[in-house]
Design a protein around this ligand. Structure first.
Ligand code: GLU
Length: 324
């Protein structure tokens, strides 16, 4: 498998909002600027949260924006299927491998047990206190709720193409993490690594909210004997200081389209919000390709991310949109 391969991996749990659309646009630009293949993968693993019809709407919105893809999203491809819900046998095989290596263990702790045992809750989720970590991977699964990966006590350092050097001590900051959930579903961390690995992804452009998941993913790549891709974590769009959510109803691409908005205006607004074009520009994604080479694109994003006064706020976009 030769050449760069990138992907966009939406979860069909709600309509595409402005922030998602910008991330998709940036992922597309990055891979097209380096002449690579763009893969569309549907991350519909968390079945209870999947909204019927949503995947189709996301693809339709992305196409309307002027993005295209070479594999997945209805285009098929060598690494089919491109929907996570149809790939569980691959996740199961990866888990088996990790079991054989003795790197995972069955865990019977509930969330409550963990919260109570964790000495210092760290961020939003408590660091796993290691209650079951001495269990062997061949131990009886009878009372196992989930499977966890046993993290090493070392600093994991990687060089993000936009953020720069990022380091995390997995044992201290995260703890042994879940690879198969108590409800039997494979965890995002395992599924995303298996997919990126098997789909030959070399470039991952995604929201910066996933930056702190990346060391866990690099660790899984290592465990599965593969090289990890390059990571480009792009800024998230905020709405009055708050992160945009899937419930950002009026800021969805679907709603924008319903109001008669044009895609060149929206692409211009999204590109301007990360300094790629002047405010007020109307442009298509393919026209944007003429403006940059991949290094110029990278440097532009790095500059914008460094600059505190960047227009990452959706309110500027919202105003322009509501003026229509
Ligand atoms: N499915 C994730 C999302 O929609 C993205 C995962 C990834 O890019 O690694 O936020």
């Amino acid at each position: 498998m030769k050449g760069p391969r990138g992907r966009y991996a939406p979860s069909p749990t709600g309509d595409l909002h402005l922030g998602n659309a910008r991330t998709a646009l940036l992922a597309w630009l990055q891979i097209r600027l380096c002449g690579g293949i763009f893969v569309m993968r549907m991350e519909d693993l968390d079945c209870p949260r999947v909204v019927p019809g949503c995947a189709k709407q996301i693809l339709d919105d992305l196409e309307w924006l002027g993005l295209d893809w070479d594999e997945g999203g209805g285009s098929g491809g060598t690494f089919s299927p491109y929907e996570q819900s149809k790939r569980t046998d691959l996740y199961a095989a990866a888990l088996e491998l990790l079991k054989k290596q003795g790197q995972v263990f069955p865990c019977s702790c509930s969330r409550r047990d963990i919260a109570m045992a964790a000495s210092a809750p760290h961020g939003r989720t408590a660091v796993y206190p290691g209650t079951c970590r001495s269990r062997s991977s061949s131990a009886g699964e009878n009372d196992a709720r989930s499977w966890r990966y046993r993290v090493p006590a070392r600093e994991l350092v990687f060089n993000d193409k936009l953020v720069g050097v990022y380091s995390q001590n997995l044992a201290r900051d995260v703890g042994d993490f879940v690879v198969r959930r108590a409800d039997g579903l494979y965890a995002y961390q395992l599924a995303v690594v298996v997919d990126d690995l098997l789909m030959g992804i070399t470039q991952v452009v995604r929201g910066i909210d996933l930056l702190d998941s990346t060391p866990r993913q690099i660790l899984l790549f290592e465990a599965l004997g593969a090289e990890s891709p390059d990571y480009w974590h792009v800024p998230l769009m905020s709405d009055q200081g708050r992160r945009m959510s899937k419930r950002s109803g009026s800021q969805t691409i679907t709603a924008y389209r319903a109001r008669g908005g044009s895609s060149s205006q929206l692409v211009g607004l999204l590109a301007a919000s990360v300094g790629l074009v002047q405010t007020g520009t109307q442009i298509s994604p393919s026209e944007l390709l003429d403006e940059y080479d991949v290094e110029g694109f990278r440097r532009r994003l790095v500059d914008v991310m460094k600059c505190k006064s960047n227009q990452n706020s959706v309110s500027t976009l919202k105003n322009s949109i509501s003026e229509r």
